[in-house]
Ligand binder design. Structure first.
Ligand code: V47
Length: 353
């Protein structure tokens, strides 16, 4: 069966077929990705009201793409106290946030308690606030650095109140590329294993892919297929998030410019390959809000959240330093002919605008 026939019929693409997708014209991919998107979500575009907090930038790892961690180009180390974090949370809640998304660097001096006890404090003060925290890279770091097993870290996350895991730290699973861009960080195998263990506890998470640096198209397809395999087993991934690489203030240079066609093809291919993941998130902070909106015609169905403030990707040039407003989301979604849907962190619908 030719690949176009298979896309037409909606049948699952084999691994070999998935590797052929980038050779198709953008608008063929768009047509089939959009059919899939419409079947799943109609004209709805999801977003949430959230606040990102990045409590420390002091990091034991040296990822070449990272402009956030304190290093030669960014000599500004910080470690927030729990009181500081709680003040931010209070302010976020007062501004309507329903989710706190916490991602930290890998701080070898703070102790695992500093990482985890903040979740308990947040949940004690705001039991209904969703805590999305601890990337698999952080889980791996705490386990290795403080002599804990993954099981022990995950048990503590559950005990201290983490509701869901964000998708960070996945980067690109290909071991060769990984060795070049983030040597020493969580391995691909362990990233997937940690998410699997989290899903086995009945919990949900997201999966990211950092693209547009030194990886090849084949590396991206391989990355998606590894996620598809785990998802077949667990069903625990809510959203796949292709993160567009931001190139400022870091050590990963000499990368080709990533144009909109390649970004949109990647969004559409994500929708087509990851037939078992319910949501494809066009994360507005790294793709720009306008392109994230156009991506809604190419398979994506989510923009992520209002963010309010974010330090990791904005350090490398993303537009997320000060977040965006719910009104902006609603206006841009409506003017593009879609329906704005505020969702909670697990994609339950809160309000259709
Ligand atoms: O894992 C770091 C990425 C991620 C750069 O789960 C960069 O809902 C682009 O994972 N250019 C952290 N990206 C953020 C993240 C995330 C964001 C939004 C929603 C969710 C979710 C997860 O940021 C890291 C890394 O891949 N990152 N540097 C950069 N220069």
């Amino acid at each position: 069966m030719k690949i176009l026939d298979k896309l037409q019929s909606g049948e699952r693409l084999s691994k070999d077929e998935a590797f052929l997708l980038y050779d198709l014209p953008l608008f063929d991919l768009a047509k089939f990705a959009n059919i899939k998107r419409q079947n799943l979500h109609g004209k709805k575009v999801f977003f949430n009201v959230n606040r990102h907090i990045n409590p420390t930038n002091i990091c034991a790892d040296v990822c070449k793409f990272c402009a956030f961690s304190a290093h030669r180009k960014n000599p500004n180390p910080y470690l927030m106290s729990h009181d500081e974090i709680m003040k931010i949370v209070q302010n976020a809640v007062e501004n309507g946030a329903k989710e706190i998304h916490i991602v930290s660097a890998h701080n070898a001096k703070s102790g695992w308690q500093w990482y985890l006890e903040i979740f308990k404090k947040i949940k004690e003060a705001y039991p209904n606030l969703h805590v999305k925290a601890m990337t698999a890279a952080e889980v791996d770091f705490l386990a290795r650095h403080y002599g804990l097993s993954y099981e022990e870290v995950i048990e503590k996350m559950l005990e201290y109140g983490v509701d869901s895991m964000p998708g960070g730290g996945a980067e690109i699973f290909d071991e060769g590329v990984r060795a070049k861009i983030c040597k020493g960080k969580v391995s691909s195998e362990n990233w997937l294993k940690i998410h699997k263990m989290w899903h086995d506890k009945g919990k949900e998470s997201n999966a990211t892919m950092l693209f547009g640096h030194i990886e090849s198209r084949e590396n991206r397809i391989d990355h998606m297929l590894r996620i598809r395999d785990v998802q077949d087993e667990t069903g625990g991934f809510n959203a796949f998030i292709p993160l567009v690489y931001q190139r400022e203030n870091n050590y990963l240079k000499d990368v080709k410019f990533l144009g909109s066609v390649e970004i949109l093809k990647t969004m559409a291919i994500s929708r087509l390959v990851l037939d078992n993941v319910p949501h494809i998130k066009a994360y507005w902070a790294t793709s720009t809000l306008n392109l994230a909106m156009i991506a809604q015609e190419f398979g994506a169905d989510d923009l992520d959240g209002t963010i309010q403030k974010e330090s990791i990707q904005s350090a490398a040039g993303a537009a997320s330093a000060n977040g965006t407003s719910m009104k902006t989301f609603c206006d841009i979604i409506k003017s593009s002919g879609f329906i704005p849907v505020e969702r909670d962190s697990l994609y339950n619908e809160i309000k259709i605008y």
